[in-house]
Structure formats: C-alpha cells, structure tokens
Design a protein around this ligand. Sequence first.
Ligand SMILES: Nc1ncnc2c1ncn2[C@@H]1O[C@H](COP(=O)(O)OP(=O)(O)OP(=O)(O)O)[C@@H](O)[C@H]1O
Length: 242
Amino acid sequence: MTAGIALTDVTVRYGDVVALERATLAVGAGRVCGLVGTNGSGKSTLLKALLGLVRPDGGTVTVAGGSPQAARRRALVAYVPQAEQVDVAFPLDVRGVVEQGRYGHLGPTRRLRPADRDAVEQALARVGLTDLAHRTVVALSGGQRKRAFVARALAQEASVLLLDEPFAGVDRPSQDTISGVLRELADGGACVVVATHDLAGLPELADEAALLAGRRVLVHDTPAVVLRPETLALTFGLGGER
Ligand SMILES: Nc1ncnc2c1ncn2[C@@H]1O[C@H](COP(=O)(O)OP(=O)(O)OP(=O)(O)O)[C@@H](O)[C@H]1O
C-alpha cells in the first residue's frame, strides 16, 4: 500500500465556479504539509476532494494507496472539519465524538472493546479533555471543540489525517497541543495535511507547504520558501476570492 496522498491535475467545479483547475500535490507518509492561500483559493475543496466529498471533473486522487472512497470505508483517513461545519446538531458528548474514531475498527458486534476504550481515553488525555468528556460538544468553547475532533482523529489511528483550519480561534496552549499531536502522528508514519491561515506557525508545524493560488497548487516547497514575501506576493491577483 502506498501511503500518503496524491492529486494529479484535479479540477473541481461548483456549478459555474471553478474551485480547482488541474491542481497537483503529493504528500508522503511521515510528513506534515500546510495548505495555505487566500480565502476562496481552494484549500477546503482540495481536502474535500481527498475525502471524496466532492467529485472532480478531471484528474486523479489517491489516498493511502486507493480511492478516497476506499480510504474512508477502511477508516484510513481522518478529518477534522472547519468549526462552522460542526456547530449545528451535535448532540453527542465529547467521549461520544472521540468514540466515533473507533467505529472503523469495531468487530461484528459493533461494540467498543477494552482496547477501543483505552484508545479513546488516551486520545482524550492527549488533548487535555478528560475532565470534559461528559460535556456535549455544543457546550464546548471553539478551541475545546477543535481538540475534541483532533482526539477523534487520534483515536482513529488513521494513516492520513486532513484538518481544515484547526487553529482558527484557538488559544496558544491549544494550538501547541494540536501541533504536538500532528507532529507525533507524522513521526509515527501518518501523512498530515493541514489547511491553515496561521502563516507564522507554519515553520514549526509543517515539513512542507503548498500555496494555492489561481485555482492550483502554485508552489509546493519548504515552509521557508513558501513564506518568502516574493512567493506570497504571487497569490495577489491570482488566487483571490471569486
Ligand atoms: N458549495 C459550494 N458552492 C459553490 N461554490 C463553492 C462551494 N464551496 C466553495 N465554493 C467556491 O469555491 C472556491 C474555493 O472555496 P474553498 O472553500 O475551497 O476555499 P478556501 O481556500 O478553503 O477558503 P477559506 O480560506 O475562506 O476557507 C471559492 O470561490 C468558493 O466560493
């Protein structure tokens, strides 16, 4: 099985809006890649293409050696959505959300076994939410909620982890916790792709960075190269909101 993710010449349209046009990006196992770009440059769309939530009009998408749908079926890919996508109608408590991460591992009884419960408790502890495990997700602060979804991804033990702006509205300690978890997962062999507006935190967070502009991946290099003013200047006039 080939680990990691790859998009080759991927085009995604929403009606008349072309969100990605022949976007190409490959990220290997053991790597953290930061996805950066202006609002509307296609970061969420790229993650959704990797999840199989949008169907490309062209190009190929490979996740953990197979199609996005196969990766999801086999629980090989974990997703931490943008906050606004999880705000409504989430009656589960924090432990219930983290338990969802184990669903792909359950046997025919569909019951959590001791090993599943251990994984859930470890994930809760890792993000500092053990004491809030009984709280409903809607009753959490934004930063706590993000940590809950990171814990779900941790419990899933997926080989590919996709995160959509996990640092938005998150305080420094929570940000450090999330970054630390992502680093550990990559060091353990996971491929981690993170859409982020936090350019300052990029060198610490990521091994590599991809700059989206003009509907494609314009630059894919080290964070230092992507953060050069002349590189970032490429986004203006190319990748703005449409
Ligand atoms: N469901 C949709 N229907 C129509 N257009 C959409 C839809 N989702 C996204 N778009 C458009 O596709 C383009 C890419 O949006 P996308 O959400 O991928 O950008 P983004 O880089 O994640 O933005 P942000 O930084 O604001 O989160 C934008 O022009 C957006 O308006």
